[in-house]
Design a protein around this ligand. Sequence first.
Ligand SMILES: C[S@@+](CC[C@H](N)C(=O)[O-])C[C@H]1O[C@@H](n2cnc3c(N)ncnc32)[C@H](O)[C@@H]1O
Length: 278
Amino acid sequence: MRGREFAQWLEQQLIEQEVHEPEAEARMILEDLGITRLTMVTQADDPVPAGQIEQAKRVLARRKQRVPLQHILGYQFFRRLQLTVNGDVLIPRPETEELVQLALDLAPPGARVVDIGTGSGAIAISLGLERPDLDVLATENSGQAILLARRNAKALGIKVNFLEGDLFEPIDEEFLPLDMIVSNPPYIPEENIPGLEPEVRDHEPIEALCPGADPLLFYKRFAAEAPALLKPGCWLLAELESALAQETAALFKAPDWQSVEIKNDMQGMPRFLCAQRS
Ligand SMILES: C[S@@+](CC[C@H](N)C(=O)[O-])C[C@H]1O[C@@H](n2cnc3c(N)ncnc32)[C@H](O)[C@@H]1O
């Protein structure tokens, strides 16, 4: 098979498997095989080595079992990072790249920033890489996730302090008050879990997806606990369930909070809470 035919065949296989984004997945598999966009142009008519075709077939066979491609390849791209991921952490999503941008835009120089529920470390490590002036700390209650986040930061040479524990509890007094809180907490309502794609429902940690019976649990805790930790005028930025955007925003009331805003993601869905401490 020649390069061009191979790329078409690969995408067709993924279309037949009814994967969500066949073109993007085909591109990721090709890149993983060392076949870049440039190679596709310059060597489109060259025969593809048999070993690469066999490797692609192995990936497709696992993908057919609805194993997420990121688990098969072992990584996910996130902004400027290539993060190792596995079944212990949520696979970082494109919307969360936008949450990081909001944080980058609003964080004052030298700010102390905390990422709550860091998972793979995606938000915290991106902030550390893209804004070396920030002092970044991250908390996470899964010990396995913390190990992976530390491994990711180390591999990328980024300094982030990762602490294991419940929400704000592990933060040392010396790190307070905070200039910013960023979080992508679990927010999928329990009743939506059975209807999720099998890749998500059967392979990603349920504790990273779903907060339990109360879908607003984390936002209620943020609204109540964060004012004691955040400097006046500083921001709490959190990803949210679009169907619950208004209920989520309504939790952040005066006198503790001012200027509470919901921002849309690139798909036009309400996705981010920006709440300013009074
Ligand atoms: C939606 S995932 C987000 C992971 C990562 N920040 C990202 O955006 O890809 C939520 C994370 O919060 C963690 N988590 C759940 N409950 C927590 C708690 N009470 N305290 C700290 N972290 C928690 C989960 O283990 C999971 O890693």
